[in-house]
Write a protein that binds this ligand. Structure first.
Ligand code: SF4
Ligand code: SF4
Length: 167
């Protein structure tokens, strides 16, 4: 079987549920009820991404580029910034909940959002959000230590199988 190079992913925040992707997909891989694209069925043709009026579908590679090697000090700084941004987001969120002023709430909402985006960018730079990085692989493995009976270990094992570490 020819190896697939790209596959479609849907950004649920952008999806406006117009459902065009359902009609153009030749394999029935898009499912707007669950919001998922079935990777087993997706052949990477890109028709859904072209048809989507909301720009909610992106084509992503099966294998991600390797991480750049980062100095220990750089990693430490990125982790410190990440922690500071999440702390600030939490503080802004608590103030938001207490505030009764509309203008103040709007400002705090923007602050929450901006801290979240910066935290996401920073943690990605530190190598945690690239699915095939060593960090992500180690993180997923660490989740298997969770003995809570509701914890979805099967899903974690499946992710470990699908997201082969390429570093
Ligand atoms: S075409 Fe785009 S907006 Fe419409 S359901 Fe599909 S992903 Fe969502
Ligand atoms: S890339 Fe093609 S096969 Fe994959 S979900 Fe989109 S339309 Fe369907």
């Amino acid at each position: 079987m020819e190896s697939k190079k790209v596959r479609a992913v849907r950004n649920l925040r952008l999806c406006s549920k117009d459902c065009l992707c359902l009609y153009v997909c030749p394999t029935g891989a898009t499912d707007t009820e669950t919001g998922q694209v079935d990777f087993q069925k997706c052949i990477g043709c890109g028709a859904c991404a072209k048809a989507c009026p909301a720009g909610a579908i992106s084509m992503v590679p099966y294998q991600y580029p390797k991480q750049q090697v980062k100095d220990e000090k750089v990693m430490q700084s990125l982790n410190n910034i990440f922690k500071s941004k999440t702390d600030q987001e939490n503080i802004a969120y608590k103030l938001y909940e207490k505030s009764s002023s509309q203008i103040e709430k709007q400002f705090l909402k923007a602050l929450i959002r901006s801290n979240r985006l910066l935290a996401e960018d920073t943690v990605r730079e530190a190598g945690y959000m690239l699915p095939q990085s060593k960090n992500t692989n180690a993180f997923l493995k660490s989740l298997l230590d969770n003995n809570d009976e509701d914890f979805p270990k099967d899903a974690v094992n499946e992710l470990l199988e699908l997201l082969e570490c390429n570093e």
